[in-house]
Design a protein. Sequence first.
Length: 213
Amino acid sequence: MEYRVQIVCLDLEGVLIPEMWILVAEATGTEELRLTTRDMADFDALMRHRIDILRRRGITLTDIQEITKDTEPLPGAIDFLHRLRRCGQVAILSDTFVQFVQSVMARFDYPLLLCNELVSDADGSVTDYRLRQTDGKRRAVEAFRDLNLHVQAVGDSFNDISMLRAAHRGFLFRPSTAVSGAHPDLVRTDDHDELLRAIKAVGSEEPATLNSE
């Protein structure tokens, strides 16, 4: 099967923007909130941990939005995404929450973003989280493949691995030692220029040389 159109699926935090929970941890002095999916593979356990800490510390959704509203993209990320979008379609597949990233997405000229949602009560306390769908990154990649698109994927954390392995080609971007050590077969890139070159190299290959079915 030949693939004529490609789409690149990017994780958001750690690839284009800083880890939002670390920003919240630093702004509130809550060291326990520094844990991310780079440290824990069980996303539900991580979120239950976070919600419990928010409740105990009295940190509301409004507090979080105030902290994250002026988030700056990672250095070079805006230019990287601009150049990448000249090469083909781009989708942002993230386990972040829409309440975190509404402002920063304007800096990227609003690419397609598929992410999750925090649930809060009348007092603004975070009580739960709502997934777009279970293992949504992987399932989005599989859906793009079903549309006969050639899919490349980029992520940095344990929760990106199923997406990277579902794609025709997956790349780790600045992963933690734990992540890269657990998945040494995945190509690692450490800056946006290197990542763009790797993506373009795959896109320039003849269709017959790709991992087609």
